[in-house]
Design a protein around this ligand. Sequence first.
Ligand code: ATP
Length: 244
Amino acid sequence: MAKPDGATGVDVVVQGVEKRFGLVVALDGLHLHLQAGIHLLLAGANGAGKTTLLRLIAGLASPSRGTISVDGVDPRKHHNVRRHIGLLSHQPLLYRELTARENLQFFAHLYDLPVGAVEAALQRARLGRHADRPVHGFSQGMKQRLALARATLHRPKLLLLDEPFTGLDRESSQSLTDQLVERLAEEDASSVLVTHRGSEAARLVNRVAVLRRGRVAGEHEWTPSAVEGPLMQLCQRLGAEAAS
Ligand code: ATP
């Protein structure tokens, strides 16, 4: 995905961040600068610290040391900045007994959003026909499309995507990727993606950072035409590293 001119996504600055869980050092003095308009693939073997970093950026946990700023402020101290952040993981975190519409209405209520936002989001997620069905009858792909609709209902300027394709077949992954491409372009949002799925990532990112043992081991710019080959190789290598 190309970097749009005059992008309005938010800046994220991670400086010297350490995160410990008891004796485990998940992040070890990590530095990263995500400028507005960047769509970053965070690559790395299992346990490299990817999810931990996303949770810190989202303001869901505090670093043990170092600082994180999103749009110039600490997301743990300035809760308003969290309104600019959307988080989608492989766990849809939907209410199974509620319908698709009710799930979005509940979230809209929390964020004080207009009712019209829900209807528009259902249409964009291609779930209009299924809006009044309880979520427990949905396929995994439909659940993830609904989860994305929920994660972007408040029109975040930063989208954090933690293994969003896990458990999806090829067709559902492509459909979710189509929707992600649309959302990111429409909202002019920045994004950070964690995935081992090279072909999906190739459509979504313009930069790659490789994490190794809680640090950024390398960062590369990718152009849309150059992204597919090297990115696939990188993902395969990291997949092999993770399995060994
Ligand atoms: P994966 O690809 O397997 O999801 P990851 O790169 O996302 O891995 P993290 O989940 O961030 O890695 O974990 C980094 C390290 O921190 C791992 O050693 C993990 O076991 C540890 N860790 C993460 N969360 C916790 C926690 N809540 N309590 C204890 N250890 C944790």
